[in-house]
Design a protein around this ligand. Structure first.
Ligand code: HSE
Length: 300
């Protein structure tokens, strides 16, 4: 009557696909342990790794809000004890809140004998995202739930699909020790986009999908340009352009902000290059005394 679930970190936006592209990595990730109770209460028993920042109020925590919405929706009065082990920093741009949201609702569905299919859990996990940052975007929760590279084709109605990725495509992720609040990083964006930028962005979005599906690494790299979001958000990340240059010089196919930042990700062909890219990015941050954590991963 107890289950332990791992939910991975995710890179949202993936350069050109603001709010529509996301991918799951194999590390880091959060861990949730859910245990069935005899009553119908939802109790957060323990949270580790959050430095005491997260609330244990089940109506406000991203791990439990999706569970509560899910139970309401299926008409269940089940109760659970919840233990959450955070393995990545909050406000990191690594989809920290999404990982918790997905792990919680996935675990509850498993313990209740899978009344819903995996994909049907998505709207509930998105409610966790709304609690965390005010917007129920799906580009972190969808890949955390489904795995791989995911496209949110439409939000209303919700329509998501997975895109196959080339075997040798690796992700270097770096999390510098600076905090960027997702809410703030969304507020500074403009609501209007010029026709020219929209055209360029659509070209890159199409190029990315075609590149992934045909294992055309050059096309993937050329498509990793964001004309709309990165120019605005990069001002929130100290040394962003230097770090990006360092990644490109070390052989990356492309490099951009992971989610709302401050984490930065790069794509490379082959693990060896991806390791070099991660080291180059870390060294660049260290020149201005910013400590950073790196991860090298496949898209999983
Ligand atoms: N697409 C969202 C954003 C992801 O960039 O605001 C946040 O992690």
């Amino acid at each position: 009557n107890s289950i332990k679930v791992f939910a991975p970190a995710t890179v949202a936006n993936v350069a050109c696909g603001f709010d529509i592209f996301g991918l799951a990595v194999d590390n880091p990730g959060d861990e949730v342990i859910l245990t069935r109770r005899n009553d119908s209460q939802i109790c957060i028993q323990e949270i580790t790794g959050d430095g005491g920042k997260l609330t244990k109020d089940p109506n406000k925590n991203t791990v439990t809000v999706p569970i509560i919405k899910y139970l309401e929706s299926i008409g269940s009065n089940a109760g659970f004890d919840v233990v959450l082990h955070k393995k990545m920093a909050l406000g990191s741009g690594l989809g920290s809140s999404s990982a918790s949201a997905v792990a919680g609702v996935f675990a509850a569905n498993e313990l209740l004998g899978q009344p819903l299919k995996r994909k049907e859990l998505l709207p509930f996990a998105m409610e966790g995202e709304r609690v965390a940052c005010g917007a129920a975007h799906a580009d972190n929760v969808a890949p955390a739930l489904l795995g791989g590279f995911v496209v949110v084709r439409s939000y209303s109605p919700l329509d998501v699909f997975q895109v196959p990725v080339p075997e040798d495509l690796f992700v270097s992720l770096i999390h510098p020790d600076v905090e960027v609040n997702t809410k703030d990083a969304r507020h500074i964006l403009k609501n209007e986009v010029s026709m020219n930028k929209a055209i360029s962005q659509m070209g890159n979005v199409s190029g990315m999908i075609a590149g992934l599906m045909s294992s055309d690494y050059g096309l993937i790299g050329r498509s990793m340009v964001d004309f709309i979001i990165e120019p605005i958000r990069s001002i929130l990340i100290p040394r962003f352009f230097e770090v990006k240059m360092a990644a490109m010089d070390a052989g990356a196919l492309g490099c951009s902000i992971s989610g709302a930042g401050p984490s930065i990700f790069a794509f490379s062909k082959g693990r060896e290059t991806a390791e070099k890219v991660a080291t180059a990015m870390k060294n660049e941050f260290e020149t201005v005394n910013i400590q950073a954590t790196t991860y090298v991963s496949t898209i999983n």
